[in-house]
Design a protein around this ligand. Structure first.
Ligand SMILES: NC(=O)c1ccc[n+]([C@@H]2O[C@H](COP(=O)([O-])OP(=O)(O)OC[C@H]3O[C@@H](n4cnc5c(N)ncnc54)[C@H](OP(=O)(O)O)[C@@H]3O)[C@@H](O)[C@H]2O)c1
Length: 252
């Protein structure tokens, strides 16, 4: 199957590590120029940008906080100034505080929703507006979670709520942007080997494996492969969907 992504420009939020970095690598392997942001790990971001550039594509890493509108606008401006107009947006950056319900202050709840939902919306709003003006058929892929549908067994209430909101935003935006041929989809991972969950996995691997019908923890590349497909014209008849990437935990 040909994905025809060569020469496109993608922005991956939270691309410096984990699933985001795997998405960046996949795009580069398809000849996509890649812009991505980091928040607090400039070394990892610089290393990844150099690795992507070595494959022959253009790549740029920009420090940005997805919880701050001005920072997001600067990210979009820097990436398009350096790589050209953005064709693909992957909203991947997220924060995941943990604890029981009563431990969450207004500020922690608010920050989680701002980074995971509001920041994603601002990036969608800006890019979809420019795609409308250019009559371009852009692609948006939002990274959500099994937790949006089932909650978490280990206590992440604001995160779970934010991912539910992102699923709803995916559908609402998909409906609004469908007449312009802009696709908006989501991918819902279950457990993926990244820093976000590595401590839980190390402490309780047998428990987590027992819940996964496919009996393995996902690699970041498992998720990146689905995102790459959704970002391509091969998936142009899919919009408003949330792809279940949970190894069978959800069977959605
Ligand atoms: N891992 C899993 O099992 C799992 C399961 C379901 C869903 N997901 C979803 O998959 C996505 C990626 O998760 P991951 O496990 O790869 O996460 P991760 O390893 O914790 O990486 C998070 C990325 O987001 C960036 N980031 C964090 N806060 C940010 C902010 N305020 N503004 C901008 N960037 C920020 C980080 O930048 P720095 O490196 O600079 O801090 C990093 O690049 C998330 O949406 C997550 O909810 C993950």
């Amino acid at each position: 199957m040909k994905l025809n992504l060569q020469g496109k420009v993608a922005l991956v939020t939270g691309g410096s590590r984990g699933i985001g970095a795997a998405i960046c690598r996949n795009f580069a392997a398809e000849g996509v120029h890649v812009g991505f942001n980091y928040l607090s790990s400039p070394e990892a971001a610089d290393e990844l940008a150099a690795e992507l550039q070595a494959t022959g594509v253009k790549a740029v890493a920009v420090q940005a906080d997805m919880g701050e509108e001005a920072s997001i606008l600067n990210l979009l401006e820097r990436v398009s100034a350096e790589l050209g107009p953005i064709d693909i947006l992957v909203n991947n950056a997220a924060v995941c505080p943990g604890g029981p319900m009563e431990s969450y202050s207004w500020d922690v709840w608010d920050r989680t929703l701002r980074v995971n939902v509001t920041g994603a919306f601002i990036a969608c709003r800006e890019l979809a507006t420019s795609w409308r003006q250019r009559q371009a058929h852009g692609k948006i892929v939002n990274i959500v979670s099994l937790a949006a549908f089932l909650g978490s067994t280990s206590g992440h209430l604001p995160y779970d709520s934010s991912k539910g909101a992102l699923v709803s935003m995916t559908r609402a935006l998909a409906r609004e942007l469908a007449p312009e041929g802009i696709n908006v989809n989501a991918v819902a991972p279950g457990m993926v080997k990244t820093e976000m969950v590595i401590k839980k996995l190390d402490a309780n691997l047998a428990f987590y494996l027992s819940r996964i019908p496919l009996n393995r923890i996902a690699e970041p590349a498992d998720i990146a492969n689905i995102v790459t497909f959704l970002a391509s014209d091969a998936a142009s008849y899919i919009t408003g969907a949330t792809i279940d990437a949970t190894g069978g935990m959800m069977m959605h």
